[in-house]
Design a protein around this ligand. Sequence first.
Ligand code: TYD
Length: 136
Amino acid sequence: MSFDKVRIITLPKFLDTRGNLSVIEGTKDIPFRIERTYWIYDVPGGEKRGGHAYKNNQEFIVALSGSFDVVLDDGHERRTYSLNRSYYGLYVPRGLWRVMENFSTNSFALIVASIKYDKDDYIYEYREFVQSAKIN
Ligand code: TYD
């Protein structure tokens, strides 16, 4: 899998003096049906999350509060995407190694996923990932 499909997607934004509103609708705003939502919060300074690849799961990641970096790796190169606004996010297709790091204090990462939690969908070994990236 390459970076071809990776992209920052700007979400609909309804500006209002009462407060702004943004929305993610599966298959309309992002290219998959949403099967699962999880979030990462209370990350201690310097900690990293992720450090794995998914065989099938696709994700869309939004910094609902604060900022953090998503580092993607296709087995050849690494690219860093900084997220710091609640009205856009990063689309991460299947088959990329991903680490989340550099979390600011009180940051809040929202992640919507295309499949239910399945530990067999994870590749935890970087070397195994590089091998699978060569085949696919
Ligand atoms: P994991 O995906 O390994 O976190 P990280 O993003 O740091 O790699 O998940 C951490 C723990 O949370 C693990 O014990 C499994 C559990 N978990 C679920 O039960 N459901 C989920 O949807 C996710 C993402 C994690």
